[in-house]
Write a new protein. Structure first.
Length: 431
């Protein structure tokens, strides 16, 4: 049975690179009807924190990745110690007293040899072990080193495929030597290419290297983020860019992973998120948006019209790149005193439109049915009678009512603002 693992260190939050590694491991396990193991590598007592463990677990759950087994390295120290002692007894390791601490480190003897692995993504890779110095297995304070604990756990947990970032390639020959010394069966290795920033450099905070939980807070949908992570070194074929996780499970295989570095493009992620937002259930989106509106003081948490909020969500859904766009774009629906962009006012409200606004208000107040169709008909008939182009009045009207130059359809916005607020806002421009 296929058994893969994702092994984060709880010394920080789960970032984009780790998210993609978790995804490819999880996908491979689900595609091959195998097991996805979660191993928390918390051997660093000083830097490992429970808050990071919680953040990593919550991020994985948010992305939709479940796991079949979970282990904590901090609970397995006796296993590492016993196997280090075994290597000492066999003469494959030696001890060295620490000058700084009380205690002895256990060090593995590296013998010169050629190490070859057949990487499932990169093909054959050769290493010269003569260039590798003797490796510390157990530090003088009793904690295991990364490579030793990693090999022991992968073997004990019967990991069949080690799928990880190619920044670990340099660790691979050291680990192969330990596998052989301990008499363990080698797993298959697959090293995923690096994720680069749009500027061609290593991924940085400026180019997208923020925590998965930050993307959640910024208003990205987990399905969209997972879809985008999938495209970083893999593709479903036929030039497709949108694919549901369920379908990806049916298509995914490591043989389809690219060798070349992937480029993380925030604009592309925004486009994909927009595609998912367009098709998201409006009620579900409203559940995410309502707490934002409460936090901004736009609505009272104990007294608001949920149906009205859902209607506004539907109005903005086609244009939103992230959920967090909504409170900023739709703020004019919740303000008593409208804030008008000064540049927009300078451009579109720089002449007296008292007559036009007054005539429009008279027509709107005379409507039997205040609906979107009737509002538009009133507007169209007025500009026809005045002998002006629609845009002459549309832009000033939008700015006067919303404070912005862009937004949803003007007549839809007018309908949801309602006649009372329209009257109040236009009234300020009627002399």
């Amino acid at each position: 049975m296929i058994r893969v693992r994702f092994a984060p260190s709880p010394t920080g939050n789960l970032h984009i690179g780790g998210g993609r590694t978790a995804l490819f491991n999880w996908l491979y396990a689900r595609a091959k009807d195998g097991k996805f193991i979660l191993r928390i590598e918390d051997t660093d007592k000083l830097r490992s924190k429970q808050e990071y463990v919680d953040e990593i677990l919550n991020s994985l759950k948010w992305l939709g990745f479940d796991w079949d087994e979970v282990y904590y390295q901090s609970q397995r120290f006796n296993i590492y110690t016993d196997l280090a002692q075994k290597l000492l007894r066999e003469g494959k390791a030696y001890t060295e007293k620490s000058l700084e601490r009380q205690g002895e480190a256990v060090i593995f003897r590296v013998t010169p040899q050629q190490v070859k692995i057949n990487d499932l993504i990169r093909g054959e890779i050769k290493f010269d072990a003569a260039l590798i110095k003797d490796q510390v297995l157990i530090k003088s304070d009793g904690t295991p080193t990364y490579n030793f604990a990693c090999v022991v756990d992968d073997a004990m947990m019967e990991i069949t495929h080690v799928i990880r970032g190619d920044d670990h390639i340099s660790n691979t020959p050291k680990q192969v030597l330990l596998y052989n010394a301990l008499g363990f069966k080698l797993p298959e290795f697959a090293h995923l290419p690096l994720i680069m920033g749009i500027d061609g450099g290593r991924l940085s905070k400026r180019t997208g290297a923020t925590a998965i939980s930050d993307y959640h807070k910024l208003g990205y949908l987990p399905e969209a983020l997972v879809n985008y992570l999938l495209l970083l070194s893999w593709a479903p074929g036929n030039n497709r860019e949108l694919i549901a996780l369920k379908e990806a499970i049916e298509l995914f295989d490591l043989s389809g992973v690219n060798k070349t570095a992937a480029t993380f493009d925030l604009k592309k992620l925004g486009w994909i998120n927009n595609q998912y937002l367009k098709n998201e259930d409006s009620e579900k989106l409203a559940d995410e948006i309502i707490p934002m509106l409460i936090a901004k003081g736009y609505i009272n948490k104990d007294n608001f019209d949920r149906n009205y909020i859902v209607s506004l969500v539907k109005l903005f859904q086609p244009r939103m790149s992230v959920v967090n766009d909504f409170p900023e774009w739709a703020d004019f629906f919740f303000m008593e005193e409208l804030k008008i962009d000064p540049a927009a006012a300078e451009k579109h409200l720089n002449k007296d439109l008292s007559r036009e606004f007054k005539l429009l208000l008279e027509r709107l107040r005379a409507l039997k049915n205040f609906d979107i169709v009737s509002i538009e008909e009133s507007f169209r008939s007025l500009v026809a009678e005045l002998g002006i182009e629609a845009k002459v009045l549309i832009h000033p009207l939008r700015v006067a009512l919303t404070g912005k130059t862009v937004g949803p359809g003007l007549f839809e916005a007018m309908y949801y603002l309602g006649l009372e607020r329209i009257s109040k806002r236009l009234g300020k421009f009627i002399k």
